[in-house]
Design a protein around this ligand. Sequence first.
Ligand SMILES: [Zn+2]
Length: 534
Amino acid sequence: MSSAQDKPYDYVIKDALVFDGKSLVPVQRDLAILGDRVAQIGEIPREEGEEIIEASGLIASPGFIDIHTHSDFNPFVYANLGNKVLQGVTTEVIGNCGMSAAPVEGAFAGEIANVWKREGVDIPKEISWKTFEEYKSEAEFQGLETNLAGLVGHGNLRFAVMGKDTRPARTDEIEAIKKSLNQALAEGALGISFGLTYLPGVFAATEELVSLCGEAARQNRICVFHMRGEGKKLLESIDEVIDVARTTRAKVHISHLKAAGEKNWPKIQEAFLKIESAKAEGLQVTADAYPYSASFAELGVILPDSLYQDPDRNSRFKDPKARKKIIQTLEAHYQDNPVSWDRIRVATVASEKNSAWQEKSLLEISQASKKSPVETLIDLLAEEEFGVSAFYFSQSESVVNQVLSKPYVAVGSDSIADGSVSPHPRAYGTFPRLLSQCRGKGPVLSNTCWGETIRRMTGFPAEILGLKGRGKIGTSLYADLVLFDPEVIRDTADYQSLKAPPEGIRWVFVNGKPVVREGKYQPVHSGLFLVPEK
Ligand SMILES: [Zn+2]
């Protein structure tokens, strides 16, 4: 519709400090939005906008790209959560850690609910899609709060071909997995993600990774790794990823780079050296991290491999005779590999029965139930059939900060945005938390912290993923934008108050539509499903 009174632009943003997603220093400019694009940057008269936003003193940044999330089912189950856009996130990357919502082929159809349950996510009862393409259109049909871009989970593909088989894949099986990978890539997946500590990724030999990443490399798509180990096996695990990159020339990306467990904190320096020398060699290695010292994962992963990977684990853990033996094995295992039971806090349980233990540490639960921590652990896993997730307070704040200061580390919340039970505070605070660390380092104009932090939340992840026209502010590029107050921005969610929204984010636009208006969430759903450009 048009009329004589129509103004040339939908929005004119006046006098913002504009960071374009690349430069370290801002320029003071006006921005005009028309439709889904930034239409002009420069001096723009107020009369030219239907709506004027006075942005003097505010930073204008490209919308943040959350490169690591597990929001795959959000459009179906948590449509109006708002937790990401309230942080300034305009694009979420899903399908991480070897698990995605699609494809759902073969035997995986009977497994997908369990995979997500152990992370604390209830998926819809009916899944109406099989392929990545079908998922993509179903998700768009539901309406997207942020843009989504998806990796395809290696676990989905492997399970469809091999079911619960606990062995390396044969050549013909690798070929079958490769075929499904190709289909998903052709349908717009960004690349493949591996979950090498989880079932079934844990059984994939390096040859399988090489084969699949070779295929991704041929199509210039990325290989993303939740590595085999992040503590004791951190360095060997980084070597494996770099070897895959060297053999295949694939772009490789390490998810949630960290050193877990106090004994392993010093290893982070060598981890940096390994990555930096691989980059110097010409390999494309990047990583992501979140600014919190607690991680979140299913509780079962603290078991030794032989128990975690046992296909009959549910029945064995419940059988009184086997239980006795498991207790002995575990007591010995944790003698050699000490665990701080007070640093593991239960987050979610699958059934009502144990819901009282949510937010309690294993030590607290064991004291309250008068059992040893090992007994507490196996009884909880048995009763919940492994459907238990936990916070692990196993990282050092200083290591986390060192990781996040590296130029090759993008920002990924690793959030599971769960509307009903306790999420990690990173689901509500990641981006403002990191930005708030730039305050107090001098004026915005001369303090490169803002520009570098913004770059690693915007232009850099867009480049890693091959998302053209996103992560930058420029004329005729998509209007994914954030306006925030550098004097105010901060996170408020913590481990007690998990769902508290951040402060200081004033306006957020997704494809030209305000999804946060003067600090208030708008359930607009203007997101699109993004696919990499050829
Ligand atoms: Zn992961």
